[in-house]
Ligand binder design. Sequence first.
Ligand code: CA
Length: 229
Amino acid sequence: MTKKVLVLEDEANIRSFIVINLKRAGYETIEAGTGAAALEQLRRNPDVNVALLDVMLPDTDGFEVCRRIRAGNSRIGIIMLTARTQEMDKVTGLMTGADDYVTKPFSPAELTARIDALCRRATGEAVVDTGEIRYPPFLLNTRNRTLEKNGQRVKLTQVEYSIVKLFMDNVGKALSREEILDAVWGKDYFGELKIVDVNIRRLRIKIEDDPTNPTYITTVWGFGYKWGF
Ligand code: CA
């Protein structure tokens, strides 16, 4: 299956550098130079697997584009393209629903590794399971990859789903941040551990009764996290 990637980048030379390298690696690409064009392209191409979103854009910023994509699509993988000076933006981007970020300047190999990791997660596990995991008030449906809390659907990204699934497969067991990173992002992922913390912070906002005092995903200080006490 060809992977389809949307490239949102207003600087034409950077965009064509990315597109040339993705094509060389076997991806199908769609290009956009503005946030509005990117959203329009996604409407026309609902089968896009991964969107690469530049942060600084002429008409809007990449975070707003991310928010708008996520509002209607929880399955697509989203990678933010950030500048080295935008350290805080990484966190902002992940909080608005991005799965990952790549800091400019990046190598084509780094970018394709990140895209592949997201595609694997989005398509790889979908066919294996047919069951449900119950952990009241939660119900995780591993066939549809959905989560309900008290019968209400909680909208999760693919990364968030994978984290919840990992916890529910290991209830009461402390998982190190490295274990979580390996299990969810893959062993060949070369990002930072911080991405685990940011995703868990976002997940807590969605699933905890009181995100500032979490009782489902609890912190194991100096080590990682676990599901339950
Ligand atoms: Ca830009």
